[in-house]
Design a protein. Structure first.
Ligand code: DGJ
Length: 741
């Protein structure tokens, strides 16, 4: 049994063959945290690690006792998991263990509307729900912990109940809190900006608090709801690492605190900066889920665990396991300036090259000739599309490919019919000006009637034509947060209710149109988070399509997210975000590692480029299972190695692998360099071939038949004779295809 309770030692132990997680009900009834790490096969009790919980002023205040769900006010000054305001204004909670229940599988909390990981059969996991109680107020906290068979993962959430007789206001409710015995960790965050998402930033922990988060209304481009802790010596394939990932799309915090005793507390959850929630007697609040991973074998194992869980047990629906189509999107080809003829030309030309899905992006509705109008008016612009969406979609389908469409449901333009009819639907504070961003406002998704309206109009759109795919965008963050539908003392609930409204719309639309492939987007990766992945199995990784920039963005994104979730496209050059000119095969070689597509006008391609695109699509289709569902292994970081990045993907059956090696700037006189591969079968022989230019010296020297052992221990040679290397130029990519013989 993966979860055991020992009445003698009062230990609760979650264990599988990958990890162990141990808690203990201390002598004073506090729920203490003893351990999260590698398996502990001896099964010996750990009570000597910690025997008593916090006992406030009768003990020494501020001692670092490890707790599962710490509160404030009794001498624990570290970052808390739960903070409240009682009806009398006091803020102390004293949580004691009451009871626990071990159940097979992974039961869901009722009616929360929150996305979570799941199991398909009860033997995939086991869950324990531990109930803690504050005697004086009647507050109860139910902590749920799920351990999955074969995964180094514990998923956590909390339900906070007011079983008392007066109302209580939550002022902070974390999804997970984790106490670690020392502070020798690096804080690894995924941070950046629009078009620069998910750069890996690593800093040593220091005394005090370090955090990332968002108070913008969405998880944001700035920081991803993810945090890893790694030892200074941890690499991709060695050393300890923890990963904490939050299944949530709104304001969040991921924070670590090193206390005076050099222990570390980590917490993840809804950002307490912008959150309060009033619980009347009998009321309950459920936190989003946090996914905790432990790896003793580097960041690669941590990512691998998240990839598998998110690809197979967070994503849902028809498209979870299906090969994703190669698409072309007209955004960078036309922006707002298109008509039906132009779109059909693009689709026809792309179809001839092997594209399987044509996506009509922004600009098809209302009178949207620029970004300052029409959001909310979800009816087709007949000036551009005289035959409607249906007419266009049928023409695209007649080409033998599918049709997809862009929408941005949560938004409203001031210049729109919707705004004329419902100016109060846009988020804002009565009497104060609203701040525009990209000439648009945000709809108050916390109001059910607005969600109902959107479900109605968007269902009509989806039913009006053969639409196989939806790109769901979200192009600005929230300002003047306020809902006219909430009373003054509940305005702190606005941001979370906004997210719940968005999830409700996603749940209803994906249920009503189960065969449609949904891709989430927020000006690129501004809402690339596990919450969205539960509804849309893929996301537009970044508006930055430059191949060099994408090395960092895709590397960083892969820390937490699987290849099947990362949309990556080849765009025209000079690149629209950087002005950089890279070879078309380099752009493809980077974009292959994910859900592949194009973001250009194929009718404008030179013949040579058309031939390249045709070959690229054929190559991608041949290896689609490797690129979309393969195990992704990071080999050489663009953040550390500078000019040379390398990664690889191994197909689920371990028969094939593709190694991507990318060189940003060429240097004269190549130095000796070998790229050691990972994850191969050392006892098997692999046939190695190259792409795109088989005549390249790197392929001449490396193609052939090699042992898995050689490829992993000696590696591929990355050196060429200097006169040959002089021809490489900048921005080159080499793909090595390995097939097991
Ligand atoms: C931002 C997206 O990331 C782009 O791909 C495109 O869809 C534009 N929005 C359209 O407004």
């Amino acid at each position: 049994m993966p979860i055991t309770w020992s009445p003698d030692t009062r230990e609760l132990r979650l264990a599988n063959d990958r990890v162990a997680y141990v808690m203990r009900v201390h002598d004073d009834s506090a729920l203490g945290h003893l351990y999260f790490g590698a398996p502990l096969p001896s099964g010996r009790p750990l009570e000597h690690v910690e025997s008593a919980g916090f006992s406030g002023f009768s003990n020494r205040v501020g001692e670092p006792v490890a707790l599962e769900y710490p509160t404030t006010g009794s001498g624990d000054y570290r970052i808390p998991a739960l903070t409240v305001e009682h009806a009398d204004g006091s803020t102390v909670l004293d949580l004691s263990y009451a009871h626990h229940k071990i159940v097979p599988g992974k039961p869901a909390w009722d009616g929360t509307g929150l996305p979570t990981t799941y199991v398909e059969t009860d033997d995939e996991a086991e869950t324990v729900i531990v109930t803690l109680r504050d005697k004086l107020s009647g507050m109860a906290v139910e902590l749920a912990y799920t351990i999955f068979a074969g995964r180094p993962v514990v998923a956590r959430s909390a339900r906070i109940r007011n079983d008392g007789t007066t109302s209580v206001r939550l002022t902070g409710a974390m999804s997970a809190s984790l106490d670690l015995a020392d502070a020798r960790w690096q804080f690894v965050q995924l941070s950046g900006a629009w078009a620069r998402e998910n750069h890996v930033v690593s800093t040593p922990l220091r005394p005090g608090r370090q955090s990332v988060g968002s108070d913008r209304g969405s998880s944001s481009h700035i920081h991803n709801p993810f945090l890893a802790l790694q030892r200074a010596t941890t690499t991709e394939d060695q050393g300890e690492a923890y990963g904490l990932s939050l299944v949530y799309s709104g304001n969040f915090i991921a924070e670590a605190e090193v206390d005076p005793y050099d222990t570390t507390r980590v917490r993840v959850g809804i950002s307490p900066n912008t959150f309060t929630w009033t619980l009347e007697p009998g009321g309950a609040f459920v936190t989003p889920e946090a996914v905790l991973v432990y790896s003793a074998s580097g960041l690669g194992t941590m990512s691998d665990a998240l990839h598998g869980l998110y690809r197979d047990r967070l994503a849902r629906g028809t498209w979870r396991d299906k090969p994703r189509p190669v698409l072309i999107n007209n955004w960078e080809a036309t922006y707002f300036g298109f008509d039906e003829t132009k779109l059909v030309d693009i689709a026809t030309s792309a179809r001839d090259l092997g594209v399987e899905l044509f996506v009509l992006d922004d600009g098809w509705f209302g009178r949207r000739d620029s970004d300052d109008t029409s959001l909310g008016d979800w009816f087709v612009d007949r000036r551009k599309l005289p035959n409607g969406l249906d007419g266009l979609a049928r023409k695209v389908e007649a080409l033998g490919i599918r049709f997809g469409l862009w929408i941005e449901p949560e938004m409203i333009s001031e210049r729109s019919r919707l705004f004329e009819e419902h100016p109060d639907w846009a988020i804002g504070i009565p009497g104060r000006p609203r701040t525009e961003s990209r000439q648009q406002y945000v709809l108050d998704m916390s109001r059910p009637e607005i969600v109902d309206h959107l479900f109605g109009v968007l269902s009509d759109v989806l039913a009006s034509a053969p639409i196989s795919y939806i790109k769901w965008d979200f192009n600005r963050t929230i300002t003047e947060p306020y809902s006219t539908a909430l009373p003054p003392d509940r305005q702190g609930e606005f941001f979370h209710r906004f997210v719940l409204g968005t999830y409700d719309l996603y749940a209803r639309l994906t249920a009503a149109f189960p065969d449609v492939l949904f891709e989430s987007c927020a000006g690129g990766g501004g809402r690339f988070d596990p919450g969205m992945l539960a509804f849309a199995p893929q996301a537009w990784t970044s508006d930055d399509t430059d191949a060099v920039e994408r090395l960092k963005i895709q590397w960083g994104t892969s820390m937490a997210y699987p290849l099947s979730s990362m949309a990556a496209h080849v765009a025209a050059v000079p690149n629209h975000q950087t002005g950089r000119i890279t070879p078309i095969d380099t752009r493809a070689a980077v974009a292959f590692f994910g859900v592949f597509g194009y973001e250009l006008d194929p009718t404008e391609l030179a013949d040579a480029d058309r031939a390249s695109v045709r070959a690229q699509i054929a190559f991608y289709k041949e290896h689609r299972v490797v690129f979309q569902r393969g195990r992704f292994i990071r080999l050489r970081s663009p953040f550390e190695a500078g000019e040379r990045t390398a990664w690889m993907a191994i197909d689920p059956a371990s028969e094939r692998a593709i190694v991507g090696y990318f060189q940003v700037l060429n240097r004269p006189v190549p130095t000796a360099d070998r790229l050691r591969l990972c994850g191969l079968d050392p006892a098997r022989t692999y046939r190695v071939t190259g792409w795109p230019d088989v005549a390249d010296p790197l392929f001449r020297d490396n193609t052939g038949e090699w042992g898995g052992d050689e490829l992993m221990e000696l590696g591929l040679s990355l050196t060429a004779e200097r006169h040959e290397a002089a021809h490489w130029g900048d921005f080159r990519a080499w793909l090595f295809v390995l097939e097991k013989i």
